[in-house]
Ligand binder design. Sequence first.
Ligand SMILES: [Zn+2]
Ligand SMILES: [Zn+2]
Length: 371
Amino acid sequence: MPPTGKAAVFHGPGRPFEIRELPLPEVEPDAVLIRVGVANICGSDLHFWRGDAPLRLPADGWIYGHEMTGRVARLGSRVKTDSMGRPLRQGDRVAYCYFYPCGRCYACMGGEPAACPNKIGRPLGPSQFPYFHGAFAEYYYLHPGGAIFTVPDSLPDDIVASVNCALSQVIFGLRKAGLAFGQSVVMQGAGGLGVQAAAVAKAMGAAPVIVVDQLPGRLDLARAFGADHAINLKDIPDRKERINLVRKLTDGAGAHVACDFVGLPAVIPEGIEMLRAGGTYLEIGTISRGARVELEPAQLVWGSKKVIGVVMYDPSVIPQALDFLVRYRGQFPFDRLISHKFPLEKIDDAFRASEWHNRESTSITRAALTP
Ligand SMILES: [Zn+2]
Ligand SMILES: [Zn+2]
């Protein structure tokens, strides 16, 4: 194994990534060094790149990215199995968490590891151990105690890459929202999260599954992923009309569950209005701190509606997501989720190609790096 590996270092919005050669870290006894095979550019990565999710970067830049899969490059001396107790060896293909519930806080002890306030550390730069902090690099360092799972042979890397973010996120989110068999659901946004959420909702027995977006290519994909109705914002520019259409499609009542997979707070009030009385709004997309929206609280009060926020998931969802892919691969075209691939050196092109803001149409669903 070479003593160094490449990483793409982010120096702030509007600035090109710097490809830097870094030393491979000494692997602690309970850690795992992973050779990254596929790293997707997720919507939240775009927020940081675009600069609409402000954060303080380390002085020497930040190595980020989190939606990925790879192979075990080096096992810590005490790691013999994956998190399910199955033997784990060098070279095994793995899916893993990119966050680390601490196990000792009130949230973790309360059985809510996804809500652990310590699960994600501050951004780290290339000079800080263990150097490989994110997906946009040849290696990723899974910290001691990180959840890791072997991947079924039948699933190619391109499909597995979205498991540790988009897919596990929507499975966990829809569960938290209480979506049940026979209930109606609206997905606002048909990006990576929205289309996979459509498939998961369909598999959960939800009906109808309604997806709203403004890019025809994405709406086609949403249909292929199980959407019963794909609504193009451009066809129905009037918000009241869209809400009425959702009512019409849901026995006149509105949806049981509606979800923000767009990542723009402006969509939230409309989603809440699309709910029936007693319905639940699931907030996942808008991660940008400081982003605000005006809400009419009486909508919630008189409609007995709930709003729940979710970021990340219980690590035990990952093997369920892998199992879901094995069972539903024939039914939904997961291989269409990654539309474009770029080598690590072309990371700037990959981000530019992924940018969907202010665009009439985009053929990109998810761009992936193959470090
Ligand atoms: Zn993500
Ligand atoms: Zn915790």
